[in-house]
Write a protein that binds this ligand. Structure first.
Ligand code: ATP
Ligand code: MG
Length: 562
C-alpha cells in the first residue's frame, strides 16, 4: 500500500468462496503454496468502480497470502487501444494504493511466444486455417441445440496449414480472408468450443509493436497463455467468462502448459449509473460528460476528481465482498464509505449555499467577536480556529420559515435558535421585498448570556444552524452533484428504448457559497465538511491557492437545509 491510510492493512475482508479455494490449495501444497494473481485490463477505456472491485480483490489476495499480483495489459486489439488509456490505468491503480512491484506486463510482449504456440497447435493437429467468411462461419457453427458443421479447412494437411498460417503472418492476405481456429468439437453444446477463432488478420498498427504484426491473437487464446507464461496460480475473472473456462483449460492442456485455476465472481453493478466502457465512451464523446474525469462518472478518475479517497473505495470493495450472484449494489453504500472516512478526517467549516441576511439589532454596529470553533469533533488533535461574528450575518434560507409546521425547530418569527459556536438569536421580524413578497432580511436579537451556545437560565432551543459573517465572508464557486441517471438501473431498458433516456438533467448544479474566512486558505485537493451541507473537495484542477472551487463529494446523511 502506498497511501496515507494503511489502517485497514490488518482489516482483511471476511472469508469468501475464493479465499476458501485458495486456502484449500495452500493447505494441499498446490503451486508450492504460492498465490499469484493478476489484474488484466484492456487499454481501451478508463477504469471504473467495477474495475476497482477486481483490482482490490486480486491485489488484496496477493497481499493477504504473501503472494504477488501482476498488472497486465491485455492489449491484443490494436484498433481500440491506446497509450493514453494504458497510462491512465497505471495512474488509477497506483492511486487506489496498489503496487505491482516489478510485475508490469503486456500481452503484446508475448506475441512471438503466442504465435509459436499457435504453430505448435497446428503441428499437434489441434488448429487449422479456415477460409469461411463471417456469414458462413456463423451458419456452420450452428446453434447450441444442434451440432454445427465442419469447415472445409478442418481437413487441411498440417503442411498446408503451416504454410497458410505463415503467409497470414507475412501479410499476404487481406483482413477476413482466413482465420486460425482451434480444432475442438463442432458438436459441443458450448458454442465457445465449436472450433473457436484463435488468430485473425488485422492490419492495424499496435501502440507497442507498431506494424510488426498483421495478425493478432483473440482474447481467449491470449489470455490463458499470458496467465500461464506468468505463472499465475488463480486467474480470477467475472462470471461471463465461466462459459469460456473449458476453452481456457483446453488450450493450455493441448499445449501441455502450466494451467492456472480460473475462478469466476459476480461483477459489480451500481445503482443510478452505467459501467460499460462503450456507454461511458459515448457519454464522454457526446459531451454529456466533461471528459473521463467528470465527477459524475463512476470512473476512478471521475471519483478522484469528485473528491473520493482511495481508502474509501477500498473500504467499499471490502464491504461488498465477492459472490457468484449477479446483483446491484446500492450507490448509497459507496457514499456511506466516504462519509465515514471523512467524518473522521475532514476539518469542519461553515459556509452558506443559499444566503438569507440576518441583522442582529442589539449587536453594536462595528463590533466583531472572534468565536472559537472546533475543527473536528472526532479528532481532538485537529484543534480549534476562530470565526468572526458581527452584526450582519448570512444563514441558510431554508433555515427560516414564516409559517413553520410543528416539527420545524429552526428560525421563525418569534422563535429562538442557536447559532453554531455563537449565541442564541430570536427572530423579531421578516422583511419582505414589497414588490415580490420575497423575504430579504431577518431582524433578530441575540442574548449576550448565551455565548458558547448555552443559556444560564437553562432554557433550551431545539435547533442549531450554521452562519457566516456578511462582511467577512468569502465567495467561492461550488458544484453540487446528483445522480447521473434518474433510473435505479439505467441498463434495464425495454427493447428499442434509448439507455440515455433516464439521464438526470439536474445531475450538476453550479452555484456560489459564502464561506467563513478560514476556507479562503483552502488548497487544491483539500477536503472539508461544510457543516450541515456535506463533504467538499477543493477541485485540484480549477482551484488556485486562495481561490478554491469546490466539488460536493457527498451530502451529509439526513436532510441538509439545501
Ligand atoms: P470490455 O467490455 O472492454 O471487456 P471490461 O470492463 O471487461 O470491458 P477489461 O479491461 O477487460 O474491461 O476489464 C479488466 C478486468 O476487470 C477484467 O478481469 C474484468 O472481469 C474486470 N471487470 C470489469 N468490469 C467489472 C465489474 N463491473 N466488476 C468487477 N470486475 C470487473
Ligand atoms: Mg473484459
Amino acid at each position: 500500500m502506498n497511501d496515507e491510510n494503511t489502517s485497514e492493512k490488518n482489516d482483511e475482508p471476511a472469508s469468501d468462496f475464493i479465499r476458501a479455494i485458495i486456502e484449500r490449495d495452500r493447505a494441499a501444497g498446490k503451486h508450492g503454496g504460492t498465490v499469484a494473481t493478476r489484474f488484466p485490463p484492456e487499454p481501451n477505456g478508463y477504469l471504473h468502480i467495477g474495475h476497482a472491485k477486481s483490482i482490490c480483490l486480486n491485489f488484496g489476495l496477493a497481499r493477504q497470502y504473501g503472494g504477488r499480483c501482476h498488472l497486465r495489459f491485455d492489449d491484443t486489439n490494436p484498433s481500440k487501444e491506446s497509450v493514453e488509456y494504458a497510462d491512465a490505468i497505471i495512474r488509477d491503480v497506483q492511486w487506489l494504493g496498489w503496487d505491482w512491484g516489478e510485475h508490469l506486463y503486456y500481452a503484446s510482449d508475448y506475441f512471438d511466444r503466442m504465435y509459436e504456440c499457435a504453430t505448435e497447435l497446428i503441428r499437434r493437429g489441434k488448429a487449422y486455417v479456415c477460409e469461411l467468411n463471417t456469414e458462413a462461419f456463423k451458419e456452420y457453427r450452428g446453434v447450441p441445440t444442434r451440432p454445427g458443421r465442419e469447415s472445409p479447412g478442418r481437413q487441411r494437411s498440417e503442411v498446408d496449414n503451416l504454410d497458410l498460417f505463415q503467409r497470414m503472418r507475412a501479410g499476404e492476405f487481406e483482413e477476413g480472408r482466413y482465420v486460425l481456429r482451434a480444432r475442438i468439437d463442432m458438436a459441443s453444446p458450448n458454442l465457445h468450443m465449436r472450433d473457436p477463432v484463435i488468430y485473425r488478420i488485422k492490419k492495424a498498427a499496435h501502440h507497442r509493436t507498431g506494424t510488426r504484426w498483421t495478425l493478432y491473437p483473440m482474447y481467449d487464446f491470449a489470455h490463458c497463455l499470458s496467465d500461464s507464461f506468468e505463472g499465475i496460480t488463480h486467474s480470477v475473472c467475472t462470471l461471463e467468462f465461466e462459459v469460456h473456462r473449458p476453452l481456457y483449460d483446453w488450450i493450455l492442456d493441448a499445449l501441455e502448459l502450466h494451467r492456472p485455476q480460473q475462478i469466476e465472481f459476480a461483477r459489480l453493478n451500481l445503482t443510478y449509473t452505467v459501467m460499460s466502457k462503450r456507454k461511458l465512451l459515448e457519454l464522454v464523446e457526446s459531451g454529456v460528460a466533461d471528459g473521463w474525469d467528470d465527477p459524475r462518472l463512476p470512473t476512478l478518475c471521475g471519483l478522484r476528481r469528485r473528491g473520493y479517497t482511495p481508502a474509501s473505495i477500498r473500504d467499499f470493495c471490502r464491504r461488498i465482498g465477492v459472490t457468484k450472484f449477479d446483483g446491484y449494489t446500492d450507490v448509497a453504500l459507496l457514499e456511506h464509505c466516504v462519509r465515514e472516512e471523512l467524518n473522521r478526517t475532514a476539518p469542519r467549516a461553515m459556509a452558506v449555499l443559499d444566503p438569507l441576511k440576518v441583522v442582529i439589532e442589539n449587536w453594536p454596529e462595528d463590533r466583531v467577536e472572534e468565536l472559537e470553533a472546533v475543527n473536528n469533533p472526532e479528532d481532538a488533535a485537529a484543534g480549534t480556529r476562530t470565526v468572526p461574528f458581527a452584526r450582519e450575518l448570512y444563514i441558510e434560507r431554508g433555515d427560516f420559515m414564516e409559517n413553520p409546521p410543528k416539527k420545524f425547530f429552526r428560525l421563525a418569527p418569534g422563535r429562538e435558535v442557536r447559532l453554531r459556536y455563537g449565541y442564541f438569536i430570536r427572530c423579531r421580524e421578516a422583511i419582505k421585498d414589497p414588490e415580490t413578497g420575497r423575504i430579504v432580511e431577518l431582524r433578530c436579537t441575540y442574548d449576550p448570556e448565551t455565548r458558547g451556545g448555552h443559556a444560564p437560565d437553562g432554557r433550551k432551543v431545539r435547533g442549531t444552524i450554521h452562519w457566516v459573517s456578511a462582511s467577512h465572508a468569502h465567495r467561492a464557486r461550488v458544484r453540487l452533484y446528483d445522480r447521473l441517471f434518474t433510473a435505479e438501473r439505467p441498463d434495464d431498458i425495454a427493447e428499442g428504448e434509448d439507455w440515455k433516456h433516464s439521464l438526470n438533467p439536474d445531475s450538476r448544479t453550479e452555484t456560489e457559497v459564502l464561506m467563513e474566512p478560514s476556507l479562503a486558505r483552502a488548497l487544491p485537493g483539500d477536503r472539508f465538511q461544510f457543516e450541515r451541507l456535506g463533504y467538499f473537495f477543493a477541485d485540484p484542477v480549477e482551484s488556485k491557492p486562495g481561490a478554491p472551487v469546490f466539488n460536493r463529494i457527498v451530502s451529509l446523511k439526513g436532510k441538509a437545509p439545501s
